[in-house]
Design a protein. Structure first.
Length: 191
């Protein structure tokens, strides 16, 4: 192995996983941190996700979408105070079910503080929120697929992505009326 970077103390590392095995790798690591007494050097495993909603055949469905497909992030102490790789911690993560390797191979470099801060901020902002699968634009024509105005079309006047709401102008009885709807209640108009 080449010389390791000078890292002291805990840091976040990106770990590459097999396709669609991120959750399995995270669950494995979470479970075995206690079993194999790795709590003194592996502190947290993160798989950043968001909830995405869409309408299919008139039914609203939700699913969890990963921000970084093929990767998980592990907060751990991978190097000792002398900069030597902690073999036990290294193999614990590297040999976990679903894991390919650390980003950086045999010389993993921790993520920069600002990179990890951005990822953690992204996770915090997505908590408890539902994001539409489809993004809309101001002025776009949409079809309403749920609620009292179902099957009407209208134009988007305002968008509040943080609340997941839209204001749509709909023609009701010959007059345009603004209606507040949730993202999942509309779909792009198909001409």
């Amino acid at each position: 192995m080449n010389r390791s970077p000078k890292v002291s103390g805990p840091a976040w590392y990106a770990v590459q996983t097999l396709s669609n095995q991120e959750a399995k790798a995270k669950a494995y690591l979470d479970k075995f941190i206690k079993v194999e007494e790795m709590g003194d050097c592996v502190y947290d495993v993160l798989m950043p996700t968001e909830v995405v909603s869409e309408i299919k055949n008139g039914k609203k469905s939700q699913r969890t979408r990963r921000f970084y497909p093929g990767y998980i992030f592990v907060h751990m102490r991978l190097y000792d105070d002398d900069g030597k790789l902690n073999q036990k911690a290294w193999y614990f993560v590297k040999d976990a079910q679903g894991v390919i390797n650390f980003v950086g191979g045999e010389n993993p470099v921790p993520l920069k503080t600002e990179e990890m801060d951005r990822i953690l901020r992204q996770v915090k902002e997505a908590e408890g929120k539902e994001k539409p699968k489809i993004e809309f634009e101001l002025g776009e024509e949409v079809k309403i697929v749920d609620g009292p105005f179902v099957d009407l079309t209208g134009k988007i006047d305002e968008m509040s992505p943080e609340q997941g709401k839209l204001k749509v102008s709909v023609s009701i009885f010959g007059r345009f009326t603004p209606v507040e709807l949730e993202y999942w209640q509309v779909q792009k108009r198909e001409d």
